[in-house]
Design a protein around this ligand. Structure first.
Ligand code: MV4
Length: 503
C-alpha cells in the first residue's frame, strides 16, 4: 500500500496508528517534540524524527517541518490522527501538492465542512434535516431580533467559524438577546478570529448522536452505525457508546440517520473516515450539527461492535482500494462503552494533575480494550491535551458492557498523578446513565447534584493557588513546575488549543 507512513501525532492515537501499520507490514516513522523525547509512541515506530520545541505550534502543528520530515525520510503518506493538522485543509492540500498521500479526506471536503454555516447550507441542499435557523451570520442586533422573532424563543446563537460550544449562547427571550449577541460575537472573535454569529431554534435537552461514515475513492459510501456521545463536560466527550440506547428504542431511526449522514458526505465529495454529528430531540427528530472530517477519538466503540479496524480501512482507501464491506455486509454485534481517562482531579473541579506516573497497571478481562499513550515512569507533559488513554468494554448486552467497564475502571491502577478513573466508577453506576436516560446536559446536572455547590470555580482556583504557593514556599515543596504551571491556569485550564484535540 505505501512505502512508508509518517504518523504526525502523539499519545494514544499515534500508538493506535503505528500498531496498525506494523500489523500490515508497512514501515512507519514517528515524530516528536522536545517534550516527547521519551514518549512511548516512539517505540512503536521503525524511525523517529524530532520536529521541534514543545509548543504545538512549533512542532505538531508545524506543517513545513512535518512535510519536510516526510520527504527526508522517504515517507509517501502521512496519517494525521485527530486534532492537530487532521482537519487542516491547507495541510491536506500541501501533502497532495508534494505528492504525499494525506490519509484522510480530500482538502476540498475538509474545506467544505470547515465553516459551520457553509456546512449547514451544504447539508440543507442535500436534504439533510438541519435545525431551523439562519444559514448566514446575522448582520447585527436588528437582524438578530427579526430572525429570533420569526423562529420563536428560545434560540441558540453560534459562532459561524467554530464548533465545540465556543461562542454559543442560549437565549430565552428578547430581553437577553442583545447582551448574548455581544458575548457570543466577542468569544467567537477571540476563539476563531471571526466574530460571525448565526441563529438556530434551540433544541431542548438534545442528545448528541453521531454516525460513522466511510467513503472510498471509487464512489462507495456507507455508514457503520451510530455512537451516543451525550455525556460531555464543557463540550468535551467523557463517555461514548455504540449503539445508542435511544436509537435502539426507535426502530428505523438508524437507517434514516445513516441515509442523512451519507447524503451529507456525498454532498462534499467525501472519501475516507468521517463522522456526521446530529442533535436528536426527545421526539426522535434529528438535526445535522456538523461533520468531522477525520477519524475520531471514540472510533474504538464502533470497531468493537462491527468487528472492523477503521485505521486499516483508512490506509486501504487512501491507497485506492475499495471499501472492505458493502453496506449490507456491515453487522453490529453486542454493545461497547468507552471512557476517556484524563490526568485531572475530579475532586478539584477536574484541575489538571499531570506529572510522573508511578504505577500503570491496566485491568485485564473479557471484552476489555485499552488504547493508551502512557506507561509507568512516564511524565505527562503539560503542553498537550491531558487525555492519557481510552478504556472500553464490549458486552453482549449494554448492561454487561457497562458492568465490565465500571469494574475495569475500578481495577485500573494508575498512580503518581490524579486521574478521573474514580469518577467513572460512580458515573457508570448512576441509575439515569444505566437506564440510558441521558442528554447533553445530563453530566453537568449530575456533577452539580454530586458535589457541594462550589462558592464559585474561581474561589476554588484561588484556594488551589494559595495552597500551591504555600507548599511551594515550604522547603520540601513537592510542586512540580508542571503542577504550578497547570494550577496557575485555574479551573478553566483547557485552552482553545487543547480543545482542538478533544474531538
Ligand atoms: C445546539 C444545542 C441546542 N440547540 N444547538 C454544543 C456545541 C456544538 N457542537 C453544538 N452544541 C449544541 N448546539 C441548538 N440549536 C445544544 C448544544 C449542546 C451540545 C451539543 C452536543 C453535545 C454537547 C452539547 C452540550 C451543550 C450544548
Amino acid at each position: 500500500m505505501f512505502r512508508k507512513v509518517l504518523v504526525a501525532n502523539r499519545g494514544e492515537i499515534a500508538i493506535r496508528i503505528l500498531d496498525a501499520l506494523r500489523r500490515l507490514g508497512i514501515p512507519s516513522a514517528a515524530v516528536f517534540s522536545d517534550a516527547d523525547r521519551a514518549a512511548p509512541h516512539l517505540r512503536h515506530a521503525d524511525e523517529a524524527y524530532r520536529i521541534g520545541p514543545a509548543p504545538s505550534a512549533q512542532s505538531y502543528l508545524n506543517m513545513e517541518r512535518i512535510l519536510d520530515t516526510a520527504r527526508r525520510c522517504g515517507a509517501d503518506a502521512i496519517h494525521p490522527g485527530y486534532g492537530f493538522l487532521s482537519e487542516n485543509a491547507s495541510f491536506a492540500a500541501a501533502c497532495e501538492q508534494a505528492g504525499i498521500t494525506f490519509i484522510g479526506p480530500p482538502a476540498s471536503a475538509i474545506r467544505a465542512m470547515g465553516l459551520k454555516t457553509e456546512a449547514r447550507v451544504l447539508a440543507q441542499a442535500a436534504g439533510v434535516p438541519t435545525v431551523p435557523g439562519t444559514t448566514q451570520p446575522v448582520s447585527g442586533i436588528g437582524a438578530a431580533r427579526r430572525e429570533a422573532a420569526s423562529l420563536g424563543y428560545p434560540v441558540m446563537l453560534k459562532a459561524a467559524a467554530g464548533g465545540g460550544g465556543k461562542g454559543m449562547r442560549a437565549v430565552a427571550g428578547e430581553a437577553e438577546l442583545e447582551a448574548a449577541l455581544r458575548d457570543a460575537s466577542s468569544e467567537a472573535e477571540s476563539s476563531f478570529r471571526d466574530a460571525s454569529v448565526y441563529l438556530e431554534k434551540l433544541v431542548a435537552k438534545p442528545r448528541h448522536i453521531e454516525m460513522q461514515i466511510f467513503g472510498d475513492a471509487l464512489g462507495n459510501l456507507i455508514h457503520l452505525g451510530e455512537r451516543e456521545c451525550s455525556l460531555q463536560r464543557r463540550h468535551q466527550k467523557v463517555v461514548e457508546e455504540c449503539p445508542s440506547p435511544f436509537v435502539e428504542r426507535h426502530p428505523g431511526l438508524r437507517e434514516r440517520m445513516g441515509a442523512a449522514a451519507i447524503a451529507a458526505a456525498r454532498a462534499c465529495g467525501y472519501v475516507n473516515a468521517g463522522t456526521v454529528e446530529f442533535l436528536v430531540d426527545e421526539q426522535a427528530n434529528f438535526y445535522f450539527l456538523e461533520m468531522n472530517t477525520r477519524l475520531q477519538v471514540e472510533h474504538p466503540v464502533t470497531e468493537m461492535v462491527t468487528g472492523t479496524d477503521l485505521v486499516e480501512w483508512q490506509l486501504r482507501v487512501a491507497a485506492g482500494q475499495p471499501l472492505p464491506l458493502r453496506q449490507d455486509e456491515v453487522s453490529w454485534r453486542g454493545w461497547a462503552v468507552e471512557c476517556r481517562v484524563y490526568a485531572e482531579d475530579p475532586g478539584r473541579n477536574f484541575l489538571p494533575s499531570p506529572g510522573r506516573i508511578e504505577r500503570c497497571e491496566p485491568p485485564a478481562g473479557p471484552g476489555l480494550r485499552l488504547d493508551s499513550g502512557v506507561e509507568a515512569g512516564y511524565t505527562v507533559p503539560f503542553e498537550y491535551d491531558p487525555m492519557l488513554a481510552k478504556l472500553a468494554a464490549w458486552g453482549s448486552t449494554r448492561e454487561q458492557s457497562i458492568t465490565r467497564l465500571r469494574d475495569a475502571a475500578g481495577r485500573f491502577v494508575l498512580t503518581g498523578i490524579r486521574t478521573n478513573l474514580p469518577f467513572f466508577s460512580e458515573l457508570l453506576a448512576d441509575a439515569g446513565f444505566v437506564a440510558g436516560q441521558i442528554h447533553t446536559g445530563y453530566l453537568a446536572e449530575w456533577l452539580a447534584r454530586r458535589t457541594p455547590p462550589a462558592a464559585c470555580a474561581e474561589q476554588e482556583t484561588v484556594a488551589a493557588l494559595v495552597a500551591a504557593l504555600a507548599s511551594a514556599a515550604a522547603p520540601s515543596a513537592a510542586l512540580s513546575p508542571l503542577e504550578a504551571q497547570a494550577r496557575s491556569r485555574g479551573s478553566n485550564w483547557r485552552s482553545a488549543g487543547r480543545d482542538s484535540l478533544l474531538k
